[in-house]
Design a protein around this ligand. Structure first.
Ligand code: MLT
Length: 248
C-alpha cells in the first residue's frame, strides 16, 4: 500500500489533516506531530530546531515504519520541510504535494516578525500567538461563516507549548531559500493554494508551480492559509485525483 506522509504547518498539529486522513484510506496515511508539538517531545531546546532537524525526524519515522518511499504532503512550514526532504533524501519522496507554502526564505522584515513573535510567545504564551495569527491564517469567508473552523483552529494553537512555538520560529527564521531547488524536482508535484491566503498568496504559488517541471496547480475557493480545514472536501478531492493519476 502506498504511504502518504502529511506534514503540518506552524503553529498547528497533525489534526489539521484529520479530514484527509479519514477520507484517503485507500492509502496508508501518516500524520505525525513535529518535534515540540502535541505528543512529541518538548525536551529539545529552541536553538536545536531547524528544517533539517524536522526532516531528519521524518526520515527516521519512515525508517521505523518500513517505508522506503512516500507521497509527502506538506502545508506551509510542512512544505518548507518537504523541500528539505527533497534536498537531503529525494529518493524517499515519490510524489510531492505543496499546500499553501512558498520557496523563498524570510526577508529581513520577515525575520524581525519572527523575533517579535518569539517575544510575544515568551510574554503571552500561545494565547498571544493565536490572537495575532488567527485573523491572518483564515479566509475572510471562514472567519465570517465557519465558526466551528475558527474554534477548532484557535484551540489547536492554544494547546501548543510555547517552547515548541519558539523553536519552530527559529527554524522558520533560519530556513534556506528553496527557489534554486524548484527546477530540479523530478517527482510529480501538486501545488494547492487558497484563493484568500494572506501568507502564501495564490499568485505567488502559481509562479512557484510554474518553476517546477510538470507541476499541477489548483486554487481552492473560500480558503485562506488552512485549506485542508477550511475546504476539506475540495482539498481531499484534489489530492485524491492527483494520487489516483500518479500512484494509483
Ligand atoms: C505555517 O503555516 O506553517 C506558517 O505560516 C509558515 C510561516 O509563517 O512561514
Amino acid at each position: 500500500m502506498n504511504a502518504v506522509l502529511f506534514i503540518h504547518g506552524f503553529p498547528f498539529d497533525h489534526t489539521m489533516w484529520r479530514h484527509q486522513v479519514a477520507a484517503l484510506s485507500r492509502w496508508r496515511c501518516i500524520a505525525p506531530d513535529l518535534a515540540g508539538v502535541g505528543a512529541s517531545s518538548v525536551a529539545v531546546s529552541p536553538e536545536n530546531y531547524s528544517m533539517a532537524a524536522y526532516a531528519e525526524d521524518l526520515i527516521r519515522l519512515l525508517d521505523q515504519s518500513n517505508i522506503d518511499q512516500a507521497v509527502v504532503c506538506g502545508l506551509s512550514m510542512g512544505g518548507y520541510i518537504l523541500f528539505e526532504l527533497l534536498r537531503r533524501a529525494p529518493e524517499r519522496v515519490r510524489v510531492a504535494i505543496l499546500c499553501n507554502t512558498k520557496a523563498v526564505a524570510d526577508t529581513p522584515e520577515g525575520k524581525r516578525g519572527r523575533d517579535a513573535m518569539v517575544q510575544l510567545a515568551q510574554e503571552k504564551g500561545s494565547r498571544g500567538v493565536a490572537d495575532q495569527l488567527i485573523p491572518k491564517v483564515l479566509a475572510r469567508a471562514t472567519l465570517e461563516r465557519q465558526p466551528d473552523v475558527v474554534r477548532e483552529v484557535t484551540e489547536m494553537v492554544l494547546r501548543q507549548n510555547p517552547i515548541g512555538i519558539i523553536g519552530a520560529l527559529r527554524a522558520l527564521r533560519e530556513r534556506p531559500d528553496s527557489t534554486p531547488l524548484l527546477g530540479q524536482i523530478e517527482v510529480p508535484v501538486l501545488v494547492v493554494a487558497g484563493n484568500d491566503d494572506q501568507i502564501a498568496p495564490a499568485a505567488e504559488m502559481r509562479a512557484m508551480a510554474q518553476a517546477i517541471p510538470g507541476a499541477e496547480f489548483v486554487v481552492i475557493s473560500g480558503a485562506g492559509h488552512l485549506t485542508p480545514l477550511e475546504q476539506p472536501q475540495a482539498v481531499t478531492e484534489a489530492i485524491r485525483t492527483f494520487l489516483l493519476a500518479k500512484v494509483g
